[in-house]
Ligand binder design. Structure first.
Ligand code: DAH
Length: 343
């Protein structure tokens, strides 16, 4: 029986050594250590032995059992480690492989213009102010010197929500919000970009568009300050050589009111199709803040004056990039939007 045991032992050792994967190891364990194993079969034959032989045989069989258990356990660790390494090797991700599906987004041309304009004015010390798009009639019109029956309301017909609430037709009400928040104490130096709404719809007008409002209130502010501010803006936005001229105009909330033109950047002022032969392009409305508006918004007109301006965002974009139709800003045609990748 001892020889049988010896033979079994060396067979088990060879089998364990040859095993290379977890499943085969499991089979080897079943063959040599399970209840139905040969080893257990031999144990049941022990009763045929003499008591002495039985004792030494029992010891031997236990020793073999624990040795095989240990060897199988060691092999298990070895095989598991090997299988893990193989799995990791197969799962290796090649970070250097070129990615063909990822597309980098770009700034929408509308936002590109807003960012450029804001950057120019922030450079001049302006802060950004915001106001609501659903506005009270009081702020959109009355505080800006446009009472209920004023004919200037016709130019800015917009979407009313009820008698007192409307989609703001201009960013100018932000002027009133900011002034009232200051309790009559200057200085104020803000710009306010945002969306506005009107009953308009053609190649150069949309029912929704963007404006950037500017407001400066301080002591000793005059038209010269307004002109030099607009010149600095025009030159930063449209090129060093731009000249600015102011034409007399009318806005209810400014007095005097002007429309500012820049010398045409296409022809340098000689006259071309862009400037319709005049050499000048209109870019914004502006003026000195009307004393009545200052008063309604809590400022003492003997102490404070101010200027304001309103810039059309899409208009600046259309001029700067030669865009022919305002609706291109809103249709989200990727081929159009992608052209402003660099802005
Ligand atoms: N709010 C005017 C408009 O939408 C534009 C404007 C003109 C704004 C003159 C101003 C200004 O601040 O001073 O037509």
């Amino acid at each position: 029986m001892k020889e049988k045991l010896q033979e079994l032992y060396s067979r088990a050792i060879t089998d364990i050594e040859q095993v290379n994967d977890f499943n085969s190891l499991q089979n080897v364990r079943n063959t040599y250590l399970s209840k139905k194993s040969e080893l257990n079969g031999l144990m049941s034959k022990m009763r045929d032995l003499s008591p002495d032989e039985r004792a030494s045989f029992g010891q031997l069989i236990n020793k073999i059992k624990s040795e095989l258990t240990e060897k199988i356990e060691n092999k298990r660790k070895e095989v598991e480690e090997k299988e893990l390494q193989e799995k990791l090797m197969k799962e290796v991700i090649d970070f250097t492989e070129p990615n063909t599906t990822f597309k980098k987004g770009s700034k929408h041309p509308f936002n590109a213009v807003v960012d450029q304009v804001c950057e120019i004015f922030i450079g001049m010390g302006y802060n950004i102010a915001e106001g609501p798009e659903v506005e009270l009639d009081h702020f959109n019109f009355e505080l800006l010197n446009v009472p209920k029956d004023h004919p200037a309301r016709d130019m800015q017909d917009t979407f009313f929500i009820d008698e007192n609430h409307l989609m703001r037709s201009q960013t100018s009400p932000v002027q009133a919000h900011v002034m009232l928040s200051k309790n009559g104490e200057g200085p104020i130096k803000i710009i306010s970009p945002g969306k506005v709404y009107r009953r308009d719809d053609d190649a150069t007008h949309s029912h929704q568009f963007g404006q950037i409002e500017g407001l400066v209130i301080d002591k000793n502010v005059n038209m010269g300050n307004l002109l030099s501010t607009l010149e600095l803006f025009a030159r930063s936005m449209f090129g060093e050589k731009r000249e600015v001229r102011m034409r007399s105009s009318y806005f209810p909330f400014t007095e005097p009111s002007v429309e500012a033109d820049i010398s045409c950047f296409e022809c340098g002022g000689k006259g071309c199709s862009l400037c319709k032969g005049t050499g000048w392009i209109e870019i914004l409305g502006a003026g000195m803040v009307h004393p009545h508006v200052l008063e309604m918004c809590g400022f003492d007109t003997k102490e404070y004056q101010g200027f304001a301006f309103g810039i059309g965002i899409e208009r600046v974009g259309m001029l700067k990039y030669g865009i022919d139709d305002i609706r291109r800003f809103y249709t989200n045609d990727i081929r159009f939007n992608k052209q402003f990748d660099k802005e």
